[in-house]
Every structure is written in C-alpha cells, then in structure tokens.
Write a protein that binds this ligand. Structure first.
Ligand SMILES: [Fe+2]
Length: 221
C-alpha cells in the first residue's frame, strides 16, 4: 500500500473536540494504520476563550500516544486567526518555525487580516480551504495568496462528498489533502487518495498525500 502522511488530525485525547478519551484516540490510530498513514501531525484547535492548550501539553500527549502505534506522530496547532496575535505569537504555534496551520472565523477571509499574514515570514497553510465560498470562487485571489507563501489544504472527506473539488486539485491550487479527522469524522484518506490517483495520476496523488505533507514535517519550504 502506498504511504500517506496526514498533517491535520485531531487525535489527542481530551484536548479539543477531537477525541473524548484515550480509548477513542487508540481506535482512531488503528483506523489510520489501516488506511496506510505512516506519519501524522496531531493538532489541537487553538481558539481564544475556547481551546487554549499549552504546547507542552500537546507534546506530552503525543509522547504518550507514540508507543501505541507504528505511525510517526508530531504535535501541532490549528490556530484560529485572531487580530490580537502578533507575528511572534503566531510563530509559537508554527510547525518547525515555518508553517502555520490557520483557519478564519466564520469561514470568511478578512482582507485586513490577510494583509498581515502576507507580510509575515511564515508559510500559512489554510486548512479546509474548500469551506471558504468566496475564496474558492476567486482563483485570482488564491493565486495571489500563493505568491505570498500561502498553501491550501483540502479535506479528504470534502473531496469525496463533492467530486467537483477535483478541479481545484487539477489546476494546482490545492497543495495538500488531509483528513481533519475527529472521533466523529473518519480519515477518508485512502479513498480520496485512490480517487486522485485514478483521475489525475499517481504522481499527483503522491504530491498531495505524501511529498508536500512531508515538506511541512521536515522543515523545507
Ligand atoms: Fe481541524
């Protein structure tokens, strides 16, 4: 089975809305192994006033899960954009001081906040980019953001539910496909991988499900 790297998994127990217990987390790990996932970024939401886990907590929970699986685990954050955060604060949430998994409130991109991110010396990975209706209708904006170090992540389940998203993959807008798995949302990675492979070829599937995710975990731009 061809290997997959998943950079967006809410699997750490009792830290956000991902997994309510260690038992659930272990079940999710089993499912991930069955799908051929070999490496994953175990993220927690960071939403001010709602989920504010310390980095050391995510590191500890990841260390505790590791002995239960062959999958290589990394801790990380998925951060809700907040106008009060400084670049230095965002840097603390980044993966390898380079990539920032980011979402915006109400699935809308505030143009003022976007300008701030464009100037930052961090690569923004906009997670589940397909959830921003005004963005995916505006290819020019997506292209422009790509020039400013933005990467776009599509959820595997969204691609399966709405096959028309394959056009965003085909035209090179989407950089990464990930699961955004929670205990209530399955990985769907293997089925999405096979779909991309069938429609766009093996190399495209490798790029989106392995090569580009690997760069994020390996500190390469
Ligand atoms: Fe998420």
């Amino acid at each position: 089975m061809e290997e997959i790297i998943d950079i967006h998994v809410h699997i750490l127990p009792e830290v956000d809305d991902g997994s309510p217990s260690l038992e659930e987390s272990l079940k999710m790990l089993e499912n991930a192994e069955e799908e051929g996932i070999v490496e994953m970024l175990c993220v927690s939401h960071y939403i001010k006033g709602l989920y504010e886990p310390a980095k050391s907590t995510l590191e500890k929970l990841t260390r505790e899960l590791q002995p239960h699986t062959r999958i290589k685990l990394h801790p990380g954050f998925e951060v809700m954009a907040d106008p009060d955060f400084s670049e230095e604060e965002y840097r603390k949430f980044s993966i390898n001081e380079t990539y920032l998994l980011l979402e915006f409130p109400h699935f809308s991109l505030n143009p003022v906040v976007l300008e701030i991110f464009k100037k930052m010396n961090l690569s923004v990975v906009l997670v589940h980019a397909e959830r921003y209706p005004s963005l995916i209708k505006n290819l020019a904006l997506m292209q422009e953001l790509k020039k400013h170090n933005f990467l776009f992540q599509l959820n595997a389940g969204s691609l399966l539910e709405n096959p028309s998203f394959i056009s965003l993959v085909k035209n090179g807008i989407i950089d990464i496909i990930a699961s955004d798995a929670h205990s209530f949302r399955p990985f769907n990675m293997r089925r999405a991988y096979e779909m991309v492979k069938k429609k766009l070829g093996l190399w495209k599937a490798r790029e989106l499900f392995y090569e580009n995710p690997k760069k994020i975990l390996k500190e390469e731009r």
